[in-house]
Design a protein around this ligand. Structure first.
Ligand code: ZN
Length: 295
């Protein structure tokens, strides 16, 4: 695949069949190029074997050991992500019959055909059916795409399916929860700050990228978005962040959500911008980059 050919759309789009599809999922793994995946999916193929975990059912066509590893990592990521975002499940919504599904196809080709995904795709999350599709043997999936897509599912269940929440929030949260790339993300944002290239929050909020977007621009967007979310979580805590997201869920604008949640600190997009820039300036890079390896 060519990273430069990656398709990246800013919002969820209606998939064929009326479901939601996600065209996103970034990985910063050098071996794969900056962008991985996504696509859309229809219903799972019948006669699959199933592994049932607490929150996920992993369907697989071939290697049970790989499926077992997917199931183990999914439960581990789910617990970590839900805790990190302060979004815990109530009423057992993701338990038993309502568990999310991960379908692991035997081959890349079978996955691509089923997901109708572009050939650089490694995984996709479908919100309304709480399903993640992938294929056996994708290392980028286990390390990067799985936590990214689980975050999308968890976050969307909390915030709902409105289309106008800031893209930097949606992708920034998902990218930040991909702990394997967090050090790289922080380094990119820090570097852009040093070079005077850090995007203003207003520009991130207005960002809309589509087919043919330059891969470096997309990676820069993901990295800065993740850095911004990471700053909000670090500076003001997860409870406030959850409250902020709750205001967006309740249809308030970004400016209002900021003012309601952070009246004395991040009370506007401009104030958020200033505080984020100051944070990047003050925070020693070594300390930030090192922190990710403790996860
Ligand atoms: Zn994403």
């Amino acid at each position: 695949m060519s990273a430069g050919s990656a398709v990246w759309r800013p919002r969820s789009a209606r998939a064929r069949g009326g479901g939601w599809r996600r065209l996103a999922g970034v990985t910063l793994l050098a071996s794969q190029g900056p962008l991985a995946v996504a696509g859309t999916a229809d219903s799972p193929v019948p006669d699959w074997k199933e592994l049932k975990g607490q929150h996920f059912i992993v369907q697989h066509q071939a290697d049970a050991a790989y499926a077992g590893e997917v199931a183990r990592r999914a439960e581990q990521d789910y617990d970590r992500i839900a805790r990190a975002l302060g979004i815990t499940r109530h009423g057992g919504f993701w338990l038993w019959d309502n568990r999310a599904r991960i379908s692991v196809y035997a081959t890349r080709e079978a996955y691509l055909a089923a997901a109708r995904a572009p050939d650089w795709s490694g995984g996709v999350a479908q919100y309304t059916t709480r399903t993640i599709l992938t294929f056996q043997g994708s290392d980028a999936f286990l390390n990067s795409i799985l936590p990214h897509e689980i975050t999308h599912l968890v976050f969307r269940e909390f915030i709902g399916f409105r289309q106008d929440i800031p893209l930097w929030l949606d992708e920034g949260v998902a990218q930040w929860m991909d702990a394997s790339n967090r050090g790289r993300v922080v380094a990119i944002a820090k570097q852009r700050k040093v070079e005077g290239q850090l995007a203003p929050v207003s520009a991130l909020t207005a960002a809309a990228m589509g087919r043919g977007v330059d891969a470096r621009d997309a990676v820069a967007f993901y990295a800065q978005s993740a850095s911004l979310v990471g700053f909000m979580l670090a500076a003001h805590g997860v409870a406030k962040f959850r409250e902020f997201c709750g205001h967006l869920r309740d249809q308030h604008t970004l400016e209002d959500a900021l003012r309601f949640t952070y009246p004395n600190t991040l009370r506007s997009v401009e104030a958020l911008d200033r505080a984020w820039n100051a944070y990047l300036e003050a925070k020693p890079h070594e300390q930030q980059a090192g922190r990710i390896y403790t996860h």
